[in-house]
Design a protein around this ligand. Structure first.
Ligand code: PHB
Length: 360
């Protein structure tokens, strides 16, 4: 008998059908090769995990100025598109589905990672109390400069081109990363956005950049292939908002109006506790499409959430790194491999493609 049968029901996501209700969360692994091309083992790594209903790729920068960490992949060069094509082909051959997560880190970067040693860009020139990983190890992020209006338009165009590139690489869709204190979240939240033009101030103004990105990306790939990830109360990367419930309910309603296919919500503190107060049911009432939840779920919690109607799908992160056959283990009630923290970020096959499966 299959445990947690609810998790094994298919889900229609726009034009595609997903085999089950478990998604692989986007997970930074810092193993890109020269030119920030997906590394030689990336296709193996993702294909090993293709039994989940939907893989969301590791966060992938849309442009050189959008990079914030060493050895993260991009989707802005021909070599990167070709590298990602080997990944999507391997996943599809294994019967899986994969969206690319489109990423611009904004102020969470360091001059040593950026072209010509430029400063990172942000809605406002406010430095985050946060660190990033460079060739010198963990360092404080650099002081950012505020984007000019015409640069905001160029950044929207960069998202559009990156989405086109992702589709050219064979992805089934894209997830716009609007969470975790990166560029779009920096526009959304009032601790990082102090602009006095129509991209700052009111909730509607702070959400303008996200709306423009979603509209531009939807215009080229179709809204039924676009998801958005948010983290309403996460303080990850030193970010806060004075009224997160109002802000994110407005965001969810705007995503409904734009017709995207899913919203993906990190509940609580990214990779940490889930206890920060927030009414996620009220948030969900603003959006009629697929609802993906994430943060510290195990199979029992995922089953409960989906059974209660609080989610359509649950994104699993670290357990999927350590258990490529996570779904088979859930179905059989088998124990999970423990995660090796030391091999999470950077390195080789060890801790990447060599976790054992139940059936070798
Ligand atoms: C990270 O590289 O640490 C990272 C990237 C994207 C996230 C969160 C963390 O959303």
């Amino acid at each position: 008998m299959t445990a947690h049968a609810t998790l094994f029901k298919p889900l229609t996501l726009g034009k595609i059908t997903l085999a089950n209700r478990i998604a692989m969360a986007p997970l930074t692994r810092n193993r890109a090769a020269a030119g920030n091309v997906p590394g030689p083992l990336a296709a193996v790594y993702y294909a090993q995990r293709a039994s989940v209903g939907l893989i969301i790729s590791e966060a992938t920068q849309i442009s050189p100025i959008g990079q914030g960490y060493i050895a993260t992949p991009g989707i802005h060069s021909a070599e990167q598109i070709a590298g990602w094509r080997t990944v999507t082909q391997a996943v599809h051959t294994a019967g899986g589905r994969i969206f690319m997560q489109l990423w611009h880190v904004g102020r969470i970067s360091h001059t040593s990672l950026l072209p010509d040693g430029q400063a990172p860009v942000a809605p406002s020139a406010i430095r985050a109390a946060s660190k990033t990983f460079t060739s010198e190890g963990f360092v404080d992020v650099s002081m950012p400069r505020a984007l000019r209006r015409e640069e905001i338009a160029q950044t929207v165009a960069d998202y559009r081109q990156a989405a086109l590139n992702a589709m050219a690489a064979g992805f089934d869709g894209v997830e716009i990363h609007a969470a975790n204190g990166y560029l779009i979240d920096q526009f959304l939240r009032d601790s990082s956005n102090r602009r006095d033009d129509d991209y700052g101030g009111s909730i509607d103004n702070r959400a303008r950049f996200l709306r423009e990105v979603v509209a531009a990306v939807s215009g080229v790939v179709g809204a039924d292939r676009v998801g958005v990830r948010i983290s309403p109360v996460s303080a990850f990367n030193d970010i806060r908002d004075s009224a997160p419930q109002a802000l994110f309910e407005a965001v969810a309603a705007q995503m409904q109006a734009l017709g995207i296919v899913y919203v993906h919500v990190i509940e609580g503190q990214t990779g940490g506790d889930r206890n920060t107060p927030f009414d996620y049911r009220a948030l969900r009432r603003q959006f009629k499409g697929a609802w993906i939840v994430n943060n510290g779920y195990d199979a029992a919690m995922a089953d409960t959430a989906i059974t209660a109607g609080d989610a359509d799908m649950v994104a699993i992160g670290r357990p999927l790194i350590a258990n490529p056959d996570y779904l088979a283990r859930v179905a059989n009630g088998a124990a999970l491999n423990p995660l090796d923290q030391a091999t999470l970020y950077g390195g080789d096959a060890h801790g990447y493609t060599d976790y054992p499966t139940l059936t070798p």
